[in-house]
Design a protein around this ligand. Structure first.
Ligand code: 13P
Ligand code: SF4
Length: 319
């Protein structure tokens, strides 16, 4: 605890002296989330992180999350210095969507509008017509479907098939998945619901269809958090990374939150849903990045400009 307080003080001091702001995702260390809030930064889902970083006047953004979040910040604000606590913090969806293989996939479907999830590299985004996050993917695909467009979707197959079921759009899907959400299990969730009748089931759409089918609310991390205060329910079963429970407990301290069951369940860990890459974000990593300028995100400017087109489209649609 003493070491944590020491690092927190370092971060407070350095944020002020370097004209920097901390932009954190809901899945990272609870102390980093609290510091971001306390120091005028933001804790949010990936759409809001992108918007906040773009609009903030600070010269330096410390993006605490995973690689694609830092890269998106750099694409949107090439003039800002983007630092991350650990540049090796990536995402299974990003890793599983190689830009060259993606180009070949696209070439097989030249008649389709290319929609990619935010959880991809800049080199994949540069090949897309639209980028979406989980909070806005449904609305954007719904609009494209209304316009009669056929969709090529990548990389998350669960989010893609959820959007396909909801909108009825003609979609071909890249077969990627999130290693964290893929672990939630439908049969075990069904049993858990029977043990807790009256509990509201909150599910992130990166989860398998058998889990999404049992949800009372399906949505981005921000949407799931909002449901906690909007709903009169007092017990919630939560199928997403357990990092989000921190904010849920702060928002509704008298309510009960139960982690949805995963395959990795054990005697000490009922739900092991925590992203290993989000877990690489440490207080020391934030402080060191600020003090020494390490872990700066660099991006080829031409690639960044190309990747920006699909992100701007989403942000304009969301505005
Ligand atoms: P959100 O946009 O819902 O925060 O999702 C990002 C993510 O990586 C979920 O696993
Ligand atoms: Fe990627 Fe899944 Fe981690 Fe989100 S939780 S960053 S989708 S691996």
């Amino acid at each position: 605890p003493q070491e944590r307080e020491f690092q927190k003080d370092r971060i407070r001091r350095l944020l002020a002296s370097r004209n920097a702001v901390l932009v954190a995702h809901y899945y990272v260390d609870a102390d980093i989330q609290d510091l971001a809030e306390e120091t005028g930064g933001c804790v949010s889902d990936s759409l809001e992180m992108a918007r906040f970083g773009r609009d903030h006047a600070a010269d330096t953004l410390v993006v605490s999350g995973v690689r694609f979040m830092g890269e998106t910040a750099k694409i949107l604000s090439p003039e800002k210095r983007i630092l991350m606590p650990d540049l090796d913090a990536t995402c299974s969806l990003d890793l599983g969507c190689d830009p060259v293989a993606f180009a070949a996939f696209r070439a097989r479907h030249p008649d389709r509008t290319v929609v990619v999830y935010a959880n991809t590299s800049a080199a994949v985004k540069a090949q897309a017509d639209w980028m979406v996050t989980s909070s806005i993917g449904l609305d954007i695909v719904s609009e494209l479907h209304r316009q009669g467009k056929k969709i090529l979707w990548a990389p998350d197959r669960h989010l893609g098939s959820y959007i396909q079921r909801e909108t009825g759009a003609d979609m071909v899907l890249w077969q990627g998945s999130c290693t964290v959400h893929d672990e939630f299990k439908g049969i075990e969730l069904d049993l858990m619901r029977k043990e807790h009748p009256g509990a509201l089931v909150l599910v992130h759409p990166e989860s398998p269809a058998a889990v999404v089918a049992q949800a009372d609310v399906v949505g981005s991390t921000s949407r799931l958090l909002a449901a906690v205060t909007e709903s009169p329910a007092t017990t919630f079963i939560v199928a997403t990374d357990q990092g989000l429970l921190h904010k849920m407990r702060l928002a509704a301290p008298d309510k009960t939150f139960i982690a949805a069951p995963t395959a990795g369940e054990s005697a000490t860990c009922k739900s092991c849903a925590h992203c290993p890459w989000m877990a690489m974000n440490s207080l020391k990593g934030v402080a060191d990045a600020l003090e020494f300028g390490t872990n700066e995100v660099h991006l080829d400017p031409a690639l960044g400009r190309q990747a920006k087109v699909c992100i701007d489209r989403m942000l304009d649609f969301a505005a």
